[in-house]
Design a protein. Structure first.
Length: 205
């Protein structure tokens, strides 16, 4: 087995969380290296692309959250062997990245009115659009999960995004946005929260 260390911020959620949960569910030992926000200004210079997550595999640093998700998913049985199902898994994960990239700039807006307008526009536009798209993908899979009716890292990625949307931590985004626009995705969020492996991960936090 590989010697693994995952570097990511010291909070729940975000781009590094799916890999943490996948490793936990798979029973794979790893060093969960959490970076305090106050340490990030100096720590970022030690990362290959000045960004996290970074997975160290036998001492070699690897970047890109979805590449990391695929790798740890394979290790823990949470990534499909079948090429078509793997393609669908990748489609879901990359779509989550697409919408996250649209939201991230709002975190750096200093003017509150500007942030409010931007977040409300996203809620009515891109966020709603992607939620409806994920609803269609769930309907395509005809099951409880996005791929081949089994839990994968794609499910974890969507779960973390919809959990965040529903948490109230994104100012000016309604907490019922998932339930109103994509009820099947809301059910998926609640189903993932009740998954034994997910519950065990958060219980350990």
């Amino acid at each position: 087995m590989y010697d693994l260390r995952l570097d990511y911020f010291d909070f729940d959620g975000g781009r590094g969380e799916a890999a943490r949960i996948a490793l936990s569910i798979g029973g794979i030992e790893f060093d969960d290296h959490r970076i305090a926000m106050g340490e990030w200004k100096s720590a970022r210079n030690d990362t290959p692309l000045r960004a996290v997550p970074v997975l160290h595999v036998d001492g070699v640093a690897v970047t890109q959250s979805n590449a990391i998700n695929r790798f740890v998913g394979r290790l823990g049985g949470l990534y499909p062997d079948d090429p078509l199902q793997a393609l669908r898994c990748d489609e879901v994960m990359d779509a989550v990245e697409d919408v996250i990239v649209k939201v991230v700039p709002t975190f750096f807006m200093q003017d509150e009115a500007e942030k409010k307008a931007a977040r409300e526009k996203l809620a009515d536009g891109a966020v709603k659009f992607y939620l409806e798209y994920f609803q269609k993908l769930l309907e395509r899979s005809k099951g409880n999960y996005f791929v081949d009716d089994q839990l994968t890292v794609a499910d974890l990625k969507v779960f973390l995004w919809t959990r965040n949307l529903s948490s109230g931590t994104l100012d000016y985004v309604p907490t019922d946005i998932v339930d109103k626009n994509a009820p099947s995705v809301a059910e998926h969020r609640d189903r993932l929260a009740a998954e034994p492996g997910v519950k065990a991960y958060y219980a350990g936090r």
